[in-house]
Design a protein around this ligand. Structure first.
Ligand SMILES: Cc1cc2nc3c(=O)[nH]c(=O)nc-3n(C[C@H](O)[C@H](O)[C@H](O)COP(=O)(O)OP(=O)(O)OC[C@H]3O[C@@H](n4cnc5c(N)ncnc54)[C@H](O)[C@@H]3O)c2cc1C
Ligand code: FES
Length: 371
């Protein structure tokens, strides 16, 4: 991300000749042997700064290379880092304002999920200078392009992150002259609230922006007390029935907000992003567990009651994946034969060959996957 950012070197390394000479692996596989940050086709981010706003979060600023294609407020990146010799990938919402293509900086905040695979590493072990594998920005939970007269953004915990990008963008672009926006930010205590000081400052400085803090575990410490209840909407944002609503947080929070919005017939105006999967359809009877044959790897998992992705990982395979909840399609593989159950909807497929997302499907009987 230093030498190869020079236009001439970049043009040479992306030329068809170098592509042919480095086939089948591609030039990036050789460049990263020299320096993990070197890549011309893949997005890489070198950690520039880490801020620990709370003991269990890290706000990470990275410099991205020339392969970056830009992002919109609200989108996420897949972040890959190596833990104990294995590269793990998870999604993180970008908090910084939109970028264009090319080298730039982006930031995201990670909340530690106790017992989790990647988040404890990113929060506690990551250091400036480390290199992260990144995807291009993804996702359609984005600030609407057109000026909408009313926006209500509700976030709980680290669910505030995509909304921070939206608020920063509204403030930076002058859109609040045409749009009223209310951000309702929930955290256990004021000390747990990410970006609290910045939000207070922005609300004080920017006409059209209202910020309301909800404190779920410290009565009287915020504008709203306790977990979300439907009356919070009216208190925090009296105009919410005329607004587009953007909601991000844990599953119980999102379900409670969705129910309140549905009760008022406003579901068409609700936009949501979930950070954790809502699997409802795991088999409860061991007799329903399936068998997965991983065709190319010649491995076989029996008695599988989990997703096919987890079954593959238990076999020592490392299939590409991102969100692990059916959003990003990174894990899509061909099912060559057999039936699968979608763990989110409960729907069971037919036996014919099909592309499936292995993170949200479990075998029903014998299944063959091209992996
Ligand atoms: C589109 C999208 C955007 C995201 N943006 C952010 C972000 O900006 N900041 C952020 O901190 N996280 C974000 N996440 C969540 C993040 O991708 C990881 O899921 C999270 O960091 C846990 O990863 P892990 O490897 O530590 O845990 P894993 O090893 O994947 O999971 C460990 C256990 O924790 C449960 N779990 C997984 N994720 C969560 C979660 N989010 N909350 C509670 N329990 C969980 C799992 O079911 C499992 O039981 C986002 C997720 C998605 C899909
Ligand atoms: S990992 Fe994102 S859809 Fe499966």
């Amino acid at each position: 991300m230093t030498i190869i950012d020079r236009p001439l070197v970049h043009r040479l390394l992306t030329s068809p000749l170098v592509g042919t000479l480095t086939a089948p692996h591609g030039v990036d596989r050789y460049l990263e042997l020299v320096d993990p940050g070197m890549a011309v086709h893949d997005v890489r981010g070198r950690v520039l700064h880490i801020e620990r706003q709370t003991p269990t979060t890290a706000t990470i600023t990275v410099g991205v290379n020339r392969a970056w294609s830009g992002h919109r407020a609200g989108q996420f990146v897949r972040v890959g880092a190596t833990v104990d010799g294995v590269t793990h990938t998870r999604c993180y919402s970008i908090e910084s304002t939109p970028t264009g293509p090319g080298p730039t900086t982006i930031a995201f905040s990670v909340g530690e999920v106790p017992g989790g695979t990647l988040s404890p590493h990113l929060v506690h072990e990551l250091r400036p200078g480390d290199v992260l594998r990144l995807s291009p920005a993804e996702g359609d939970f984005v600030l609407p392009d057109e000026a909408t007269p009313n926006l209500v953004l509700l976030g709980a915990g680290t669910g505030i992150t995509p909304l921070i990008a939206m608020v920063r963008t509204l403030c930076a672009t002058g859109r609040l002259a045409r749009t009223d926006a209310t951000l309702v930010a929930y955290a256990a205590t004021p000390e747990d609230q990410l970006h609290r000081n910045e939000l207070i400052h922005l609300a004080a400085e920017t006409p059209g922006l209202r910020v309301v803090f909800g404190c779920t575990e410290q009565a009287g410490a915020g504008d709203l007390d306790g977990l979300f209840t439907p009356d919070h909407l009216g208190t925090a944002a009296p105009q919410w029935r005329d607004a587009e609503l953007f909601v991000c947080g844990g599953r119980p929070f999102m379900s409670a907000v969705s129910a309140a919005v549905e009760a008022e017939g406003r579901l068409d105006h609700l936009h949501t992003e979930a950070f954790a999967p809502a699997f409802i359809a795991f088999p409860t009877d061991p007799a329903d567990n399936g068998t997965v044959e991983f065709h190319s790897s010649r491995r076989r998992a029996t008695d599988v009651a989990t997703s096919i992705l987890e079954a593959a990982e238990a076999q020592g395979l490392q299939p590409a994946h991102g969100c692990r909840m059916g959003i990003c399609h990174t894990c899509t593989r061909t099912k060559l034969a057999g039936c699968v159950r979608n763990l989110v909807t409960g729907e069971v497929s037919g036996p014919e060959a099909a592309e499936i997302q292995i993170c949200v499907n479990a075998p029903v009987g014998d299944v063959v996957i091209d992996l």
